[in-house]
Design a protein around this ligand. Structure first.
Ligand code: SF4
Ligand code: SF4
Ligand code: SF4
Length: 430
């Protein structure tokens, strides 16, 4: 179906004179107006399910970015059912989707709504529709440089340069290892996130884990391509990464980036054989390590709240491990926010929305930070470098006095405190 061939919708379905486009759209289903072509083109696997939408509006009510969209998610589904292709393709609704899955887990019809938003981006590319320019640039950068920043990919371990004593596996790399730590682009190339891989490799080393990184041989996992609607182009990156992991004989891959973790555990298996490999987020791996009592933990007297990253929580079902790690730290008080776990609110940093419209990300982060402040804690802990960056930037831009930190950083602080106490005791005793 070519752009612009969608049939005209009911009165009020186009640009409205007031407020959001589409306001005033007919609420009564005119069965004669249904046109299944567009739904079949966009989501061939679940178009029938999409047509079962009962227009309850739950998806729009839960959507963190609906306020900035020209059509709410509910309106968009209706437009697809009516075959309004031109209006759908020129909407910015799906470009502002953070892919948080909040709508998908709540839809009473069980429709794959988040996946439909991603499918719409793919469809827009296929149809040659207008794509936000910076997203086009991002896609080109990842494909050309194999990372999201456009830096020389060989410099992926730059974050490790000022470590006092770089563990083996980072410098030098191990030729063979049971565990590969897949660092991810944000931690590797954005200085504000360096402290996360720095903390993790030191914790792993302290726990006696024989791990390695892939150094400059690690390529972007491809997730940013997927959420930009360019998922079919991530296969080459995925194959390369898998070959390198198999090359060192690893059985486990550990991630500090929930998006990388999601890509490897949910998207890679659709493209290739990943059998024999276990994928774990760093917090899952560390919760296991802590059970074995291999890490000394010292007190960290602080009240914190935990922000569930969407890719780790709702999209991967990992809610307990980060909390277990936090609860293991003596002196740390964990306070839950008004919405947490499966109901956790998105920070605004997902789905490349920061690239499509930075202001939307900053504003969504402010809403999440208000929930942080309501707990009385002035530190929000997450388990994702992108959430940390987003919440930090949101706090700075909105002048909110909240500090963002990663679970792994807090754990390393606790280990260092224990070491310091042991050293002091030895000095006194000796
Ligand atoms: S929540 Fe589901 S049923 Fe309700 S409007 Fe959204 S898509 Fe339709
Ligand atoms: S996935 Fe999240 S951001 Fe996207 S439409 Fe659903 S609720 Fe909104
Ligand atoms: S998903 Fe992970 S590897 Fe991919 S760009 Fe983000 S941080 Fe980098």
């Amino acid at each position: 179906m070519g752009a612009g061939t969608g049939r005209a919708g009911p009165a009020g379905a186009g640009a409205g004179a007031t407020g959001r486009r589409g306001e005033g759209m007919s609420e009564v289903m005119d069965l004669e107006a249904l046109n299944y072509d567009l739904a079949q083109e966009v989501v061939p696997e679940w178009w029938r399910k999409l047509l079962s939408c009962m227009q309850c509006g739950t998806c729009s009510a839960t959507c963190p970015t609906a306020y900035a969209m020209d059509y709410t998610p509910r309106q968009l589904w209706q437009m697809i059912r009516l075959g309004l292709e031109a209006e759908v393709l020129t909407s910015r609704t799906f470009w502002l989707c953070t892919v948080c899955k909040s709508c998908q887990v709540r839809c009473p019809r069980g429709i794959r709504l988040t996946d439909t938003m991603v499918a719409l981006k793919e469809y827009a590319h296929r149809q040659g529709a207008e794509v936000p320019e910076l997203l086009v640039t991002l896609g080109e950068t990842v494909l050309q440089h194999h990372n999201i920043s456009g830096d020389d990919n060989k410099t992926r371990l730059i974050w490790s340069q000022n470590l006092p004593d770089p563990p083996m596996g980072v410098n030098p790399l191990r030729r063979t290892a049971e565990v590969v730590y897949f660092v991810g682009c944000v931690s590797a190339f954005y200085p504000r996130a360096y402290s996360i891989p720095q903390a993790l490799v030191q914790v792993l080393d302290r726990a006696g884990v024989a791990f390695t990184t892939l150094g400059g041989e690690e390529l972007c996992c491809g997730y940013p391509l997927y959420v930009a609607g360019l998922g079919e182009r991530m296969a080459e990156l995925a194959r390369h990464n898998l070959e390198r992991v198999r090359g060192v004989g690893a059985k486990r891959v550990v991630f500090s980036c929930p998006s990388c973790y999601y890509a490897w555990s949910h998207l890679y298996p659709e493209m290739m054989d990943v059998s024999g490999l276990q994928f774990q987020h760093a917090t899952e791996f560390l919760a296991e390590v802590l059970t074995g009592g291999k890490l000394p933990l010292g007190p960290v007297e602080m009240a914190v709240t935990y922000h569930d990253p969407c890719d780790l929580g709702r999209k991967s079902g990992v809610y307990d491990a980060p909390r277990e790690v936090l609860r293991a730290i003596p002196g740390l008080e964990l306070r839950e926010m008004e919405s947490s776990g499966v109901d956790g609110m998105c920070c605004g940093g997902g789905g490349d929305v920061e690239i499509a419209d930075r202001e939307v990300t900053v504003s969504v982060a402010a809403r999440r930070l208000a929930q942080v402040q309501a707990t009385g804690a002035n530190t929000v802990v997450s388990a994702c470098q992108q959430c940390k960056r987003t919440l930090q930037e949101g706090a700075r831009k909105n002048r909110i006095r909240v500090r963002a930190i990663d679970v792994v950083e807090l754990l390393w602080l606790s280990v260092q405190t224990a070491d310091q106490i042991a050293e002091d005791e030895q000095a006194v005793g000796g």
